[in-house]
Design a protein around this ligand. Sequence first.
Ligand code: ADE
Length: 358
Amino acid sequence: MTEENEMLLSAGAVEALLAWYGEHKRDLPWRRTADPYRIWISEIMLQQTRVEAVKRYYTRFLEAFPTVQALADAPEEQLLKLWEGLGYYSRARNLQKAAKVIVSDYGGEMPPDAAKLRKLPGIGDYTAGAVASIAFGLPEPAVDGNLLRVLSRVDACFDDITGPAVKKKWSERLRSSIPQEPERAATFTQAMIELGATVCVPNGAARCGECPLIPWCRAKREDLTDALPVKGEKKPRRIEDKTVLLIRDGERTALHKRPDRGLLAGLYELPNVPGHLDADRVTELVRGYGFEPLRVRRVEDAKHIFTHIEWHMIAYDVRIAAEPEGEHVTSGLRLVGQRELHERYAVPSAFSAYTKYL
Ligand code: ADE
């Protein structure tokens, strides 16, 4: 990095950036509001999820929970159902935890203070800075992966952006470049995010011809754009083999509620076991659950990639004799009708290769 006291972006660069944003910004639902609650929800959804995918979830979620109070009071099952498919479900649980704190400690209004926001569950430095600047116009930095890329390039900086201290360092360096006027501080954060998302993009696809920061970009001048940012080697993901069971009695399908802690906590899943089992072992297993398998048929394989884990799934469609209604006592599984399964139960998209047939 260059000298700590040097302005990262000059006043001229900031002007060019704000003017560019005014002309080229995308019309996104969370840009049509000044409501801090809505901006917070959008920022949480946009972590790890693409803008196009978020739009639909954002609208539906805010129809169901239009206020902090409504979110605080939401039944967990409904909350998780509305999050179904977005992934990283701890984000949804933390939203609700934070909503409860906002109701109890701040009278239901988000505090206009980055340090107070930062203390709420699920709100880290980035989200606190994003809400503080976008919603409240405070001159706070909001440095996410997009900004790390833009700033590394503008400054031709070879520091590894995966390091833990790097966001803090960039945030502090960026601080002196943020305009002080509320409206411009808000626009600055959004403009930086927008530039990283639409122009200063990764993987050799940067559209430098459209970039307002070109006169100030050291990477461009030194032909380093595609070499930056530097990202350290990632640890390879752990591979887990699984056998997934579509246990059906003709009308209903067996679901299992995952434990309240850990990966996909508290969500409903198709019953599954570690390893790749053959049909005979599956028959035994299903008998062990207390069902009578009438037919066991192998169906397609599927793979699901989480951040640190890959599930390599094989699956069997297991037809069982008709069962009485309600929770199945021996196995703890729940037999659920098709409509109920889709409307009520949150099943993570790791199983979508199979749930799409139900
Ligand atoms: N990614 C993170 N925050 C965003 C925002 N406010 N608009 C568009 N993309 C984003």
